[in-house]
Write a protein of this length. Structure first.
Length: 393
């Protein structure tokens, strides 16, 4: 029977690696996957759903197969398995990068550098930043932090907890494909349909877990408005927050620690999710954004512009419009959710039934494809020295 602690330890270690090091600057495996997927798209693109479904299946299998091979190779080698999981989690999660980019935009807005904020916004979301003002950029950042807390942190951890290395690789492939082709543009409306629906399915449970963790964190962690700029941030020093953004209006909007009971913040988050979460066009993003809106006492949502096309979105929450100071609070909330999600993933890895984990791992690969992977991995399971002896010259 496969030991459970290496997976749990690897998940926690991977989150720690991401917090300490951030994304690899060179040779990022997700970037390599994106380039390979783009190259394949150039060859197999057609304006049809079946062709898009084949493209999605091929890309996900290409990512899951090496992970499945490594999963088998590390069986019976706990330290190697833990190290492999840690490296995979480091590669597929992006908490530090998400928070760093949000902080960078916040500092630009604090210094009234709207141009720099617009230039940095595409690193977080695909909205057209050319005509966005300070309030709209702030809203975009907070909504992106909320959605990516699920997509880049909670979801990969949950998939890794229940399906190990194949789950981590397959989920990141699905989510990356959605970002690449899961649009409603004329080119991808049909070709990207399968990738978008696959991403919706993969994130259905994680998005709701993210909302639940957000509600729980709102009840436990204070989210004061006192620290408006990232004093502990590694970013360069910027101009102080303008009085209009950090003055009495901000303190009146969000009370300092101890001013508003945390339980009321959690109740507000729950109420906002139940009232507004389903109104969002995405079956998943609306739950995360609504939870953040309620926990932070904000009103999110509204029309967004993508590629020159305006998409109306419903408003989420009954609070005030967000201001640059609220980005810091959203980052703190996202970090709290990251800690909670890591703990939950570790518990799932330790106590999730082994038979169900095996079933999920098998579902990620068709039986015929899995057989070929197992055949290729069989010599490796006997030991590296014997496998090397059996390899042809």
């Amino acid at each position: 029977m496969r030991s459970r602690w290496p997976l749990a330890a690897g998940l926690a270690a991977g989150v720690a690696l991401d917090a300490l090091l951030g994304d690899p600057r060179r040779g990022h495996p997700v970037a390599a996957f994106g380039r390979a997927a783009a190259a394949l798209e150039a060859r197999d693109y057609a304006d049809s759903r079946p062709r898009g479904a084949v493209h999605a299946a091929a890309c996900v299998l290409a990512a899951a197969a090496p992970a499945a091979l490594l999963h088998r190779r590390t069986r019976g080698r706990p330290s190697l398995e833990a190290a492999a999981v840690a490296l995979a989690v480091w590669a597929v999660t992006g908490a530090r990068s998400l928070h760093h980019e949000a902080e960078r935009i916040m500092v630009s807005l604090a210094g009234d550098d709207i141009r720099a904020a617009r230039e940095a916004l595409p690193s977080l979301c695909g909205r057209d930043p050319a005509r966005l003002d300070t309030s709209q950029i702030t809203r975009a950042v907070i909504e992106s932090v909320a959605e990516n807390t699920s997509d880049a942190i909670v979801a990969p951890l949950l998939w890794g907890a229940v399906a190990g290395l194949p789950g981590l690789a397959a989920y990141r492939a699905v989510n990356t494909l959605d970002a690449m082709v899961g649009h409603r543009s004329p080119r991808y409306l049909r070709f990207g349909w399968a990738s978008a629906r696959l991403d919706d399915a993969a994130n259905w449970i994680p998005a709701r877990v993210t909302a639940a963790l957000t509600i729980a964190c709102a009840a436990v962690f204070p989210l004061p408005a006192a620290a408006l700029l990232p004093a502990e941030s590694a970013l360069p020093a910027a101009a102080p927050m303008p009085a209009a953004a950090a003055g009495p209006a901000a303190s009146a909007r969000v009370p300092p620690a101890g001013g508003r009971p945390a339980v009321s913040l959690a109740a507000s988050a729950l109420q906002t999710v139940l009232r507004y979460g389903h109104r969002h066009p995405s079956p998943n993003a609306g739950r995360c954004e609504a939870a953040f809106a309620g926990a932070l006492g904000l009103r999110l949502g509204g029309a967004n512009v993508y590629g020159g096309v305006t998409e109306p979105r419903p408003e989420l929450g009954d609070g005030c419009a967000p201001e640059p100071a609220d980005i810091r609070r959203a980052i703190r909330l996202s970090r709290a959710v990251t800690v909670a999600a890591t703990g939950l993933a570790v518990l799932i890895a330790l106590y999730f039934p082994a038979r169900l984990r095996t079933l999920l791992t098998r579902l990620l690969l068709p039986s015929s494809f899995r057989s070929s992977v197992q055949a290729a991995a069989r010599p490796l399971a006997r030991g590296p020295l014997r496998a090397a002896e059996e390899e042809p010259d």
